[in-house]
Design a protein around this ligand. Structure first.
Ligand SMILES: [Zn+2]
Length: 185
């Protein structure tokens, strides 16, 4: 085996990074729609093309695949083959995520980040429970940032640990986008 992901998983991951409709995202959208929310999808005029945007609530949601966005959770497994390639690629994704998040935050948006592991995986709360906590975030007027993952909902941005922090900095610190931000911000 040269890769820890099955073709099916890889295909799902590829769909996620391309912004196509993944099953957990579709289920979450359906659940939120059932709760009465109406939203715009994949708004390309906003940084990072947020998956769901609710302008009336000044809120947007990203649904992040845990592999492509480098989540520090059991769904992220660094492939053994081409390790440096993946560290670099996903490290860049993480950097971009942070930049998009900062720009949206500065523009006054309320930002919810729904990690894949909130909806699938062994310790996932499941789509229904996650949709209920997302609903509370969406209906609150003042909660600026919330993230949803395998162990529940949390206030704050919930950026994953950088891959440099998790796997050592040698491979990812030399990218032409500069060092990953390891500051406290
Ligand atoms: Zn995760």
């Amino acid at each position: 085996m040269s890769d820890v992901h099955t073709p099916e998983q890889r295909s799902r991951n590829m769909a996620a990074v391309r912004g196509r409709d993944t099953k957990p995202e579709l289920e979450l959208r359906r659940a939120l729609h059932g709760l009465g929310f109406r939203y715009r999808l994949n708004v390309r005029t906003l940084p990072g093309t947020p998956d769901l945007v609710l302008p009336a609530r000044n809120a947007l949601l990203f649904v992040h695949g845990c592999f492509w966005h480098g989540h520090d959770c059991p769904l992220f497994v660094l492939p053994r083959a081409r390790r440096d390639f993946w560290l670099d690629k996903i490290g860049r994704n993480q950097l971009r995520d942070r930049q998009h998040h900062d720009r949206l935050h500065d523009a006054g948006w309320r930002i919810g980040t729904v990690w894949e592991c909130a909806m699938r995986g062994r310790s996932s709360p499941g789509v229904t429970a996650t949709a209920a906590t997302v609903e509370r975030f969406l209906r609150s007027a003042d909660c600026r940032e919330m993230y949803f993952r395998d162990n529940g909902a949390h206030a704050g941005a919930g950026h994953p640990l950088s891959l440099a922090e998790r796997f050592g900095s040698a491979q990812v610190s030399g990218s032409d986008e500069g060092n990953l931000d390891r500051g406290a911000v």
